[in-house]
Each structure stands twice: as structure tokens, then as C-alpha cells.
Design a protein. Structure first.
Length: 437
């Protein structure tokens, strides 16, 4: 987090978190508010799924799908009170009535209780204007995975209509805190992409920071200060909870990010006396130095398996540079403004998100690598920690609203904006997982 009363300095990038994480803890799921929707949001009707079983359905699949699609800003879901009918099979659909309601697409389905905790979900996506079936599936699901199945349905609908990968089945990691001073507790949280089902996978009395997902969407690397003598980079399995210390040398051990193949991490170490970028073997912890400059080099991210981008003040102010992981001369890639830091690279390596500072305002911007053109996407005064969605369409970041730490999300063209808040507490340093395998 960037403190309000002074400008960010890369030399402090790792250490600032020790003193400026805001108090508060995630006690409830996040709430997503669309603050700007895309001008071409597609109208879609999502009918409550039929149910065959005793009592009420264990999960409202249609509501989860509707919330997912609407939260993307690319779809406008018809309110339930405006639905002209509630069919759960294609044979019941009267296309003329749905055309009059102004929707382009219709999603219908049903949930059947098979036995014990086993369920079957059937759904169909229909093109109202063309009066034709687009896609449909039968899913066998256990009770505890019904919401995840709903996210998968939303991903299918999103991809079939927009021809882009959906991201609703992904997860987010973030840091939350509770208490003040010696009573402060830090939590590394993992939640669904919509903020639901938050789970604290690690709780510590000492600062936690910089969560980063591995390409397998299972392992997380992060920094812990639980050893009072020095920081350490850990790797933790989010499924079974197992973790191990990767590296803990004198000085800074910070800002880990995974290589595209999941075998290495780029990180910042300062045991030599100056913060430099290193590449670390994820199994052995063996570290190879990448940069070697009297300036402060920090915040690396991978462009591809051979190249990293990082923040350095070697030109007199924080700017982004690219360098081969084998070392050599670094090339400066940002020139607009005196402050560009905290890079996050899209999966295809074509776009880099960053924090752009101008006139005391810190906002999320992107630079197109082929052209070098930069665009500022957000309008806050203290936006930070950008993290790309795995499909490259959205960027999640940390911000402040009403003196409270919140998350935001913005599309790469700036047309869609979201605010993601907690009913209680603050949240910082988001990291968006890759697509689940």
C-alpha cells in the first residue's frame, strides 16, 4: 500500500507493508458493485432453474450465473420480476414472447436430485433472435460443488457468446488484517472470483504480503515476517494447506512471481547489500542474480519464460524496465510521467498494467508493448497492486473508498469498472488466479 503522506520509493516497496496495512479482517464475503458497465452490454434472460427434489433447491444456480455475467459488465440480466415465463426445457420456450422482452439470449435449466449428495444440472443457452439452440450440457455435481458448477456454466455462456474465455471459475487471493498494534492478526485469504466462500489459508501475528498464484492455480507464493529476524518467501498448497519456506536470506526477500512453467520464481533479494532481481528455483531455492545496478530494482513479473519486467529508479524516478532472465542490459519501457511501478503482465505478454503516478494521484494504467502506448484506466487517488485476470480482459487492484481499503476491477479498455468491498474490514494486495485446470 502507498502511504498518503509521502511518495512511493522503490527502496521501500517491500518494507512499506509492515507499517501501512490497514486494520480490519474479512468476516463476510465481498460485494461487487458495477460502477460503470460497457455500452454494449448484451441483454440476457436467466430463468430460475427447475428443481426436482424434496424441499427447496440447495443452491440458486441461475442467481449465481446472473451475478457472474452481470458483474463482468458485458451482460445485462433481465430482472426476475420481468421474466415472461419460467421454462426449464427448450420445448417450452416461445421465442416471440422473449423477443418482445428485449433479450438477445435466454438461459434455462433444471437441477435434479439423484441420490444422497449427488445432483444433475441440465442447461441450455438459446439465441432468441435466431430462435436456435447455442449450447447445452448435463453436469453431474456433488452438493458442495453446486456454486462452482454455476460459475462453470457462466464461463460457458460467456465464451459461447463473446468468444472469450470466462473467468468466473477462478479464485482471488488477498491479505486482510484484524486488530491494532501487538494484537494485529494477518490473514492470507482465498475466495471465489465473486468474493464468496472466503477461506483464511494462513493466519499470523506477523505481516503477510505479496501473494502470487502459480500457473497450476493451486500453489501460492507469499512473503511472511513470522520470523522476527528476517522476511521469508513461502510456497503453500491451497488444497491441503502444506507449505514450505523457499528462501530467507539477510535483508529483503520479497515480491515473488511465478514463471510461466511454474518451475521458477522471480523475486527481490538484498543480501548483497542492494535490492536486485533474482530468479529462484521453486524446488531447490537456488537463486540466480538477474540485475546488477546501484539503483533499487524491485517488483519483477514475467513477460515470457525468458524475460521479466521490473521497477527501478535507475533513471532518477520509478520506471519499468525489461531484462532477460539470463541477465544483461535492461531496457527502459516507460517514459510518460515520473512514476510508473508495480507491473503486472497479461498472460499473452502483450499488455502490462502498472501504477502510474502524476500530481500526487496514483492510478492504474496499461502499456501496449508492441506500440509503447499508455492508457490510464482508473480515477482514484491511491490505486495500487494491479493483477490481470487470466483472460487478459480485466485488471483487479487495491484502492481506498471512504477511508477503507477496497478492491476495484477495470476492463483493459476502461469501459467496465467494479468496486469490491467487505461489510467489515479492509482488503489489500489482490492476486487473480490462472484458469482452473
Amino acid at each position: 500500500m502507498i502511504e498518503k503522506n509521502h511518495k512511493y520509493k522503490p527502496v521501500l516497496a517491500v518494507l512499506l507493508w509492515m507499517v501501512c496495512l490497514a486494520p480490519g479482517m474479512v468476516r463476510a464475503a465481498m460485494e461487487i458493485e458495477i460502477t460503470r458497465a460497457g455500452l454494449s452490454a448484451l441483454p440476457i434472460a436467466i430463468v430460475p432453474f427447475g428443481w426436482s427434489g424434496t424441499g427447496e433447491a440447495p443452491s440458486d444456480i441461475a442467481a449465481v450465473v446472473a451475478n457472474d455475467l452481470q458483474s463482468s459488465g458485458r451482460f445485462r440480466a433481465l430482472d426476475r420480476q420481468d421474466l415472461v415465463a419460467t421454462p426449464d426445457s427448450g420445448a417450452e420456450v416461445k421465442y416471440a414472447n422473449w423477443r418482445l422482452s428485449g433479450v438477445d439470449y435466454l438461459l434455462i435449466g433444471r437441477v435434479d436430485h439423484v441420490r444422497n449428495d449427488d445432483y444433475t444440472i441440465q442447461f441450455q443457452l438459446l439465441d432468441v433472435l435466431r430462435q436456435e439452440h447455442v449450447t447445452g450440457y448435463n453436469l453431474s455435481v456433488r452438493n458442495g460443488h453446486l456454486r462452482q458448477a454455476a460459475h462453470e456454466i457462466a464461463d460457458i455462456v460467456y465464451e459461447k457468446i463473446l468468444n472469450e474465455k470466462g473467468i468466473f471459475s477462478t479464485r482471488i487471493a488477498y491479505i486482510s488484517t484484524l486488530g491494532q498494534g501487538d494484537d494485529r492478526v494477518y490473514r492470507l485469504q482465498v475466495a471465489d472470483s465473486d468474493g464468496q466462500n472466503p477461506v483464511a489459508i494462513l493466519t499470523s501475528k506477523r505481516p503477510l504480503m505479496s501473494p502470487a498464484w502459480a500457473p497450476d492455480a493451486r500453489r501460492l507464493a507469499y512473503v511472511s515476517f513470522e520470523d522476527t529476524k528476517r522476511s521469508a518467501i513461502f510456497i503453500q498448497d491451497t488444497r491441503d494447506g502444506s507449505r514450505r519456506k523457499l528462501i530467507s536470506r539477510t535483508g529483503i526477500n520479497g515480491a515473488p512471481t511465478w514463471s510461466p512453467d511454474g518451475k521458477k520464481l522471480a523475486a527481490v533479494l538484498s543480501h548483497s547489500g542492494n535490492p536486485e532481481v533474482y530468479v529462484i528455483d521453486a524446488e531447490t531455492g537456488q537463486a540466480s542474480q538477474v540485475t546488477n545496478n546501484p539503483a533499487i530494482d524491485t517488483e519483477p513479473d514475467w513477460i515470457d519464460k525468458n524475460t521479466v519486467v521490473f521497477t527501478s529508479d535507475r533513471s532518477g524516478s520509478p520506471q519499468l524496465y525489461e531484462v532477460a532472465v539470463s541477465g544483461g542490459r535492461a531496457e527502459r519501457i516507460t517514459f510518460e510521467g515520473r512514476y510508473n511501478a508495480s507491473p503486472s503482465v497479461s498472460e499473452d505478454g502483450s499488455t502490462i498494467a502498472m501504477v502510474h503516478g502524476e500530481g500526487g494521484q496514483y492510478r492504474i494504467a496499461v502499456i501496449d508493448r508492441p506500440t509503447g502506448l499508455m492508457s490510464v484506466l482508473t480515477e482514484g487517488s491511491l490505486d495500487e497492486s494491479p493483477s490481470f485476470a487470466p483472460n487478459g480482459g480485466m485488471i483487479m487492484y487495491a484502492s481506498e473508498s471512504g477511508g477503507k481499503g477496497v478492491l476495484g476491477a477495470v476492463s483493459v479498455d476502461g469501459s467496465v469498472k467494479q468496486r469490491i468491498t467487505l461489510k467489515e474490514g479492509d482488503v489489500r494486495e489482490p492476486s487473480w488466479s490462472p484458469l482452473l485446470q
